[in-house]
Design a protein around this ligand. Structure first.
Ligand code: YH5
Length: 277
């Protein structure tokens, strides 16, 4: 099923609800206390909890793309994400997205059953768009400015909303030209990727503009520094309520996929928000 069909089905069945994409960080710091057995069991328990809590998609990533994070090799990234992807596709029907910008990782993830490529680099790696076209999977194209190490170093735009729009539409057209069906494309303004707080706020204020483009929009603000900044520079563990609030406003502004760490609080907030609307 195309991502647009999945979005429309839930939207119709659940009073305008967007899809909830649960973030699964397959990085060693998330799971490394104890032996291999413990690691595997914790991974499985977290996946099961996210599904029980109502995640519509599980987004598996093996390389931290936070500013200043260390890059990892293709082999290391595969070692992190493949056991998780294989566990989910073997045991559950929930669609898996793979959070990667590397064609080789996309290829392995798709072969293991991933139905969505979530690419912070908008399929600009060599052969990425062709791979997605040939395999018929869906893609989220995200905007970022700059490379991963320097992107928060004085980001600048002529007009952030126009610049991000121009980039995303250009990438969407290139992807369609490569053979990707329009119904398999999602756009994402890329909160926090080469953006100051002001840029992030402008992109949020003008979400209606992105939502009016001919592709569904994914919003990923969960636990990000913009939430921390709005709360007076609170640490990451104190950003859940702010993240859920932002996700609800994004929903009211027409976002169709919410990428979140806290699935249960987001799903509960959505039920109440949409029931009272
Ligand atoms: C996104 O927005 N983000 S990875 C810094 C944080 C918290 C979270 C503590 N992949 C996105 O989640 N994919 C990531 O501060 C993404 N959209 C899409 N499509 C960064 C992340 C994070 C970074």
């Amino acid at each position: 099923m195309s991502i647009v069909a999945l979005i429309n089905q839930k939207f119709a069945d659940e009073h305008g609800a967007p899809l909830v994409m649960g973030i699964f960080n397959a990085t060693p710091d998330s799971f490394s206390d104890g032996g291999k057995f413990t690691v595997q069991n914790k991974m499985q328990a977290q996946v099961e909890a996210m599904i029980k809590d109502g995640a519509d998609i599980i987004d598996v990533g093996g390389e931290s793309t936070r500013p200043g994070a260390q890059p990892v090799s293709v082999q290391e990234e595969l070692d992190r994400v493949m056991p998780v992807i294989e566990f989910i596709t073997a045991n559950f029907d929930v669609p898996v997205s793979v959070d990667t910008y590397k064609t080789a990782v996309m290829r392995a993830a798709i072969a293991a059953g991933s139905k969505i490529v979530n690419d912070v680099n908008a399929l600009q790696d060599l052969g990425a768009a062709e791979l997605v076209a040939q395999t018929g999977v869906s893609v989220c194209l995200m905007h970022k400015q700059g490379g991963f190490t320097d992107m928060q170093n004085k980001p600048q735009y002529h007009n952030v909303v126009d610049d991000v729009t121009e980039f995303l539409l250009k990438r969407a057209k290139a992807c369609e030209h490569a053979g990707i069906n329009a119904d398999n494309i999602v756009l994402d303004p890329g909160y926090g990727f080469g953006k100051t707080l002001e840029h992030n706020l402008a992109l949020f204020e003008h979400l209606d503009h992105f939502v009016n483009l001919p592709y569904p929009v994914l919003v990923g603000v969960s636990r990000k520094s913009m939430i921390g900044q709005l709360l007076g520079d609170v640490p990451v563990e104190d950003r859940m309520v702010g993240s859920v609030a932002a996700a609800m406003l994004a929903t009211l502004k027409g976002a169709k996929i919410l990428r979140v760490h806290d699935v249960k609080p987001t799903v509960e907030a959505l039920r109440v928000t949409l029931a009272l609307l």
